[in-house]
Design a protein around this ligand. Structure first.
Ligand code: F6P
Length: 365
């Protein structure tokens, strides 16, 4: 492969936004490809843009000696991450917001890097793409998010591992539901989209799956559950996404001490509605951050290895300011603005929705 002339033969990598399973597998692939194929050195910037704002900049060298196959299995990110502290609107102790982007760019320049590979979701893509543009930093984005809501890629790193966790939880809920003749409501993450809910619902044989993309009618949900009971099946599983809106049009969220409002709790509201309307005994499980932790599933290891190594190829070819994506089973890349700040929900005419309907899963509509 013809190699573009780099000035420092040194590239940087960081992880940004919420963590997920598979980040370390991507870091390993970037390190291996850069060193083995192109003779580059690799610098891991710690704590994303927060690390670039510190002096000295926080980083660690990534080498063949300190990055090994254990990274494939390791949860979290060895580079740490942040999902707040946008350098363009950095929250200051007095409550004001300050533009600290010039400091982040200086931090990058202090490391003498030819390019930056940022592993992140749509929010990170927006911030990192802008930072890269303003600092003339050649940039490649690698998609990750358990929510799987990044535009242009069929799969983001972390999504399938989160689905595996949800399926495992559902598999554990079903026997106890059957033993007690209960309706179990499993609330999963996903923010404004229902990818985790629908995929895990199909894989675990849920009776009802509620997602933000499809407004639900509680009468239809309860009619579906009553019909199931009438057939002698006295237990049920309802999977709902945390971003589902109630009849009021509102999501259920909680204001935390740091001022952030985070989704959570819609499962309890839905369980209550079901109990009142059907008389069924209901229980709720909120999976939360366990969906982000633990070892990545095999698919995420393969995806992370593919996307990470391909990102290095693009840097070596001088084909930067792009996002690497997995589309129709192929690795390819798209311009940054096709991904930055964009989200991709479930399509109502998409395969997952069709598959769910084909096997009789009630989607609440
Ligand atoms: O975007 C990933 C995600 O895990 C969402 O599914 C969830 O709503 C959110 O992040 C939780 O964020 P935090 O880690 O800040 O609690």
């Amino acid at each position: 492969m013809s190699q573009f002339k780099l000035k420092h033969n040194r590239i940087g990598v960081l992880t940004s936004g919420g963590d997920c399973a598979g980040l370390n597998a991507a870091i390993r692939a970037i390190t291996y490809r850069a060193i083995q194929e192109y003779g580059l050195s690799v610098v891991g910037i710690l704590a994303s843009t927060a690390g670039l704002l510190e002096r000295p900049v926080r980083y660690r060298d990534l080498t063949l000696e300190n990055v090994d196959s254990a990274y494939l299995r390791k949860g979290g990110t060895v580079l740490e991450t942040v999902n707040k502290g946008n350098p363009f609107e950095y929250p200051m102790p007095d409550g004001s917001l300050k533009d600290r982007s010039a400091e982040a760019i200086e931090g990058f320049q202090a490391l003498h890097l030819d390019a930056l590979i940022g592993i992140g979701g749509d929010g990170s893509a927006r911030i990192l793409a802008r930072l890269a543009k303003e600092g003339s930093i050649p940039f490649i984005g690698v998609p990750k998010t358990i929510d799987n809501d990044l535009a242009e890629t069929d799969f983001a790193i972390g999504y399938m591992s989160a689905v595996e966790v949800a399926v495992d939880a559902a598999d554990r809920l079903q026997p106890t539901a059957a033993s007690h003749r209960r309706t179990m409501v499993l609330e999963v993450m996903g923010r404004d989209v229902g990818w985790i809910a629908l995929a895990s619902g199909i894989a675990s044989g849920a009776d009802v799956v509620l997602v933000p993309e499809i407004p639900f009618n509680i009468d239809k949900v309860c009619a579906h559950l009553r019909a199931r009971h009438a057939r002698g099946q006295n237990h049920a599983l309802v999977v709902c996404s945390e971003g589902v809106r109630l009849a009021s049009g509102q999501t259920v969220s909680h204001a935390f001490a740091d001022g952030e409002i985070r989704l959570g709790g819609v499962g309890a509201a839905i369980a209550d509605l079901i109990a009142r309307n059907t008389g069924a005994e209901t229980r709720v499980t909120v999976l939360g951050h366990v969906q982000r932790g633990g070892a990545p599933c095999a698919f995420d290891r393969i995806l992370a290895t593919s996307l990470g190594s391909y990102a290095v190829d693009l840097v070596a070819q001088g084909k930067t300011d792009r996002y690497v994506v997995w589309k129709f089973g192929q690795l390819t890349s798209v311009p940054l603005d096709a991904v930055a700040g964009k989200t991709r929900g479930l399509r109502l005419d998409g395969q997952l929705v069709h598959t769910a309907r084909r096997v009789g899963i009630c989607l609440g509509d």
